[in-house]
Design a binder for this molecule. Structure first.
Ligand code: ATP
Length: 212
């Protein structure tokens, strides 16, 4: 379970978000929408522990029954997928995926096998040694999502993840993302401008409901 309790974010005298409470169950995707400048990125920044010092925040982040808002980002167990994938350009596709595997997963052979299995699952068998720059947009998008999931996060944040893809790819990649999240039972928060991004039957929350 992914839970935000009573989050308030202010900037001096102005209140950006007031009293945000949200619970997301494993495998569910809650979508947060809101106009440009309404605070969606600021919310995500708080969740990953990277709030700009211009803001002040109070509130709690709970994951799997543990309070985590005081933990550094690498210890929070929050994964994020941005609109621009941020694959490391100097690593191969397989190395990008291996990099995400938790350090506790020991053994070079087992790690390699996990990466190869992931590549097969996303239709990229034989791509281990490819330079990420040579991938198509859809291939990059799939690798980026899997890299976020291989880290075994307790919650996933999706920041406008479909906006850079053209219409056909976007529809395909949406389906792929929703399927992976349901399969891996990750509680997910999706931030988007586009009503078409909302998963079928998913909950949609307007950020303005937590604004004065
Ligand atoms: N570092 C900063 N210092 C001061 N104000 C900031 C800073 N970053 C963002 N803001 C302001 O905080 C408000 C919320 O910005 P934020 O980027 O969270 O909005 P958003 O909903 O993500 O917008 P968009 O959809 O355009 O990305 C805006 O009024 C913005 O100008």
């Amino acid at each position: 379970m992914f839970e935000i309790r009573n989050l308030t974010i202010t900037q001096g005298q102005s209140v950006l978000i007031a009293g945000l409470d949200l619970q997301v169950k494993p495998g569910d995707i809650a979508t947060v929408t809101g106009a440009s400048g309404s605070g969606k990125s600021t919310l995500l920044n708080w969740l990953v522990g990277d709030l700009d010092p211009a803001f002040q925040a109070s509130g709690e982040l709970w994951l799997d029954g543990q309070r985590r808002d005081h933990l550094p980002v690498e210890a929070r167990g929050v994964g994020i997928l941005f609109q621009d994938d941020l694959l490391f350009p100097h690593l191969s596709v397989g190395q990008n995926l291996a990099f995400a595997l938790p350090a506790a997963r020991k053994g070079a052979a087992a790690r390699r096998a996990r990466v190869e299995q992931t590549l097969r699952e996303i239709g990229l068998d034989g791509f281990h040694d490819r330079d990420p720059a040579t991938l198509s947009g859809g291939q990059r998008a799939r690798v980026s999502l899997m890299r976020a999931l291989l880290a075994e996060p307790c919650a996933l944040l999706l920041d406008e993840p479909f906006s850079r893809l053209d219409a056909e790819l976007r529809a395909q990649f949406r389906g792929f993302v929703f399927e992976q999240i349901a399969r891996q039972r990750i509680p997910t928060l999706l931030v988007t401008h586009d009503p078409d991004d909302v998963p079928p039957g998913g909950r949609v929350l307007d950020i303005h409901q937590w604004q004065a």
